[in-house]
Design a protein around this ligand. Structure first.
Ligand code: KG4
Ligand code: ZN
Length: 335
């Protein structure tokens, strides 16, 4: 009997569902929420309402695309955390009700572990142990991945996440939310002419709040000399911001790989879609003769395919949940 998993992701502002059969992705649907753009960031209350509207159509769609019926499923998986409480509740509650009604196991998944497990969906897959730099709007972590269910955080941000650094800088430059993809696009047309201070943080940890201040001060100073400075130098500013963030990210990743003697290096999360980071990682790895693992664009940002992949490994171990399980907005990784 094959393992047929329906997975749901609803931790932030994307409602996604996927069907995976025996570890192979069969169908994936993502419904993005446009409602937040005009507020310059995700509004939690609006996000949970939109999940409530989107969740059933997205799920029906992936089940139909897979040519299955609800009774064919072996288990249902959902994101337990970390994420926004109201958003997580929508996916959690749906999964619990579905598991109860269909009398199938319920599997909870950690969103950050799932971002990493996105690397196990398609070939080539990294071999264990490998290092993963997980960079998203809410997290920045260097993780030693020992097995599909064993993770050790070696370093993480002590303030802003890398995605936040992109988004907040973009806001200062008048770019729409989320500014990460926009900065990436403009950076390709510019040169990294300006330099910003790199933080001094212990171990493999990161800090991005100082960078934000450094960029703000730079903008104020230059605008005092030329009021149109941003407009006339936007591409070069974006290129400089992107290069600084990428250099900071890769510096600690290189250190962690050398210290732990790991030569399989992956990136994951929304910011792993960044072209500068993708090129930077490829160059870093080829200079050390390491192997770089860069996810497909659709597996970088939030998606249920990665939730299904994590859930598949949990299913193999028989790691199922009780009906009393609740969302955990600050869920930690398994060690
Ligand atoms: O993983 P994700 O979809 O959601 C969270 O779990 O946070 O990551 C979203 C973040 C946002 O901060 C967005 O600006 C950033 O990923 N992002 C990018 C790019 N694409 C998405 N940042 C830089 N360059 C990109 N191409
Ligand atoms: Zn994410």
């Amino acid at each position: 009997m094959s393992i047929r998993i329906l997975a749901i992701e609803s931790s932030c502002d994307d409602t996604s569902a996927a069907i995976m059969v025996d570890g192979q992705l069969i169908s994936l649907g993502v419904s993005n929420q446009e409602v937040h753009a005009k507020y310059g960031g995700v509004v939690p209350e609006l996000a949970s309402r939109a999940h409530l509207q989107n969740i059933v159509p997205v799920i029906v769609d992936v089940i139909n695309q897979a040519g299955l019926e609800p009774k064919d499923l072996s288990a249902i998986a959902f994101t337990q955390g970390p994420g926004l409480l109201g958003s997580l509740l929508v996916g959690t509650n749906f999964a619990k009700s579905f598991a109860l009604a269909s009398n199938i196991p319920l599997i909870s998944v950690n969103h950050m572990e799932a971002h990493i497990m996105a690397h196990m969906i398609d070939d080539p897959k990294p071999t264990f142990p490998f290092l993963c730099l997980t960079v998203s709007g809410g997290h920045t972590q260097i993780v030693l991945v020992k097995s599909p269910l064993q993770f050790q955080i070696l370093g993480e941000t002590i303030d802003d996440a890398a995605g936040e650094a992109f988004d907040k800088t973009g806001k200062m430059l008048g770019l729409p939310y989320p500014a990460g993809p926009e900065i990436d696009k403009l950076a390709r047309k510019g040169m990294p002419l300006y330099s910003f201070t790199h933080p001094k943080v212990k171990g493999y940890n990161y800090s991005f709040s100082g960078l934000k201040t450094s960029i703000r001060n730079f903008i104020i100073k230059e605008k005092n000399k030329d009021i149109d400075f941003i407009g006339s130098h936007l591409n070069d500013i974006c290129s400089s911001v992107q290069k600084t963030i990428v250099d900071i990210l890769l510096h600690n990743l290189e250190k962690a790989a050398l210290d732990h003697d790991i030569s399989e290096i992956a990136i994951a999360g929304g910011v792993s879609a960044n072209s500068g980071l993708r090129i930077g990682l490829t160059d870093l790895c080829s200079s050390h003769n390491w192997t770089a693992y860069i996810p497909k664009f659709e597996y970088c940002t939030d998606n249920a395919a990665m939730i299904a992949m994590s859930a598949h490994f949990k299913y193999l171990k028989g790691d199922f949940e009780q009906q009393t399980i609740a969302p955990e907005p600050r869920l930690k990784m398994l060690h």
